[in-house]
Design a protein around this ligand. Structure first.
Ligand SMILES: Cc1cc2nc3c(=O)[nH]c(=O)nc-3n(C[C@H](O)[C@H](O)[C@H](O)COP(=O)(O)O)c2cc1C
Length: 186
């Protein structure tokens, strides 16, 4: 049980002109510096998942990757007070693979900082038997919060990212042990 925890960071926005990589890369650097966590990226822009939810070889590969993870962090923008449709399709494209695993959120957007998207996501992930992490990273007016090198001077966000990762690791560690000894009833 001392194996590193497997965290998959899911990048939600698929817009060609998206700001997402700036936020995601910043969070990935933070996550990769955290002890005991092995970090992967599932960028939905490069993960073809049909919106009609048919099973394709890519969907099967996606499910396998979700199943192998100990938990997730979704980096999500906000569109019209909701989260991207691409992220809903991703959540709907697997089932048991999500269960009894933690998910944290890094939200960004205009005035709202992605917070409305994140609060909606908490309802959805509860339905698929996940635990959502209390601490949220939020960037309002996100494009103004990063310099040309992709760094941020937003101390609250930096602090929240570290807290989120600590809380995520606690849940991931304990849920991994629990899943191994006492299969989740579903
Ligand atoms: C269709 C659309 C709707 C948006 N609605 C909101 C919103 O409701 N609240 C908000 O804070 N920002 C909103 N924004 C601003 C986006 O969150 C912001 O542009 C963000 O950078 C988008 O992420 P992306 O560039 O990675 O796709 C909206 C942007 C678009 C394109």
């Amino acid at each position: 049980m001392d194996d590193p925890l497997r965290l998959e960071v899911i990048v939600a926005s698929v817009r060609p002109e998206r700001f997402a990589p700036v936020v995601a890369d910043w969070f990935l650097r933070t996550a990769r510096s955290a002890p005991g966590i092995e970090v992967g990226v599932i960028d939905l822009a490069y993960t073809p998942l049909p919106t009609d939810l048919t099973t394709t070889p890519q969907v099967e590969a996606f499910r396998e990757r979700i199943g192998a993870a100990d938990g997730f962090v979704a980096v999500t923008s906000e569109y019209n007070h909701g989260y991207p449709a691409s992220l809903k399709t991703a959540l709907d494209s697997a089932k048991r693979e999500w269960r009894a695993k933690p998910i944290g959120f890094v939200g960004y957007g205009g005035l709202s900082g992605g917070l409305r998207a994140v609060e909606q996501l908490r309802q959805v992930v509860a339905e698929i038997h996940m635990v959502s992490i209390r601490e949220t990273v939020s960037f309002h007016e996100a494009k103004r919060k990063f310099d040309a090198d992709g760094n941020t001077a937003d101390g609250a966000a930096v602090d929240a990212a570290h807290r989120l990762l600590r809380q995520w690791a606690w849940w991931a560690r304990h849920l991994r042990a629990a899943r191994a000894t006492d299969p989740y009833p579903g």
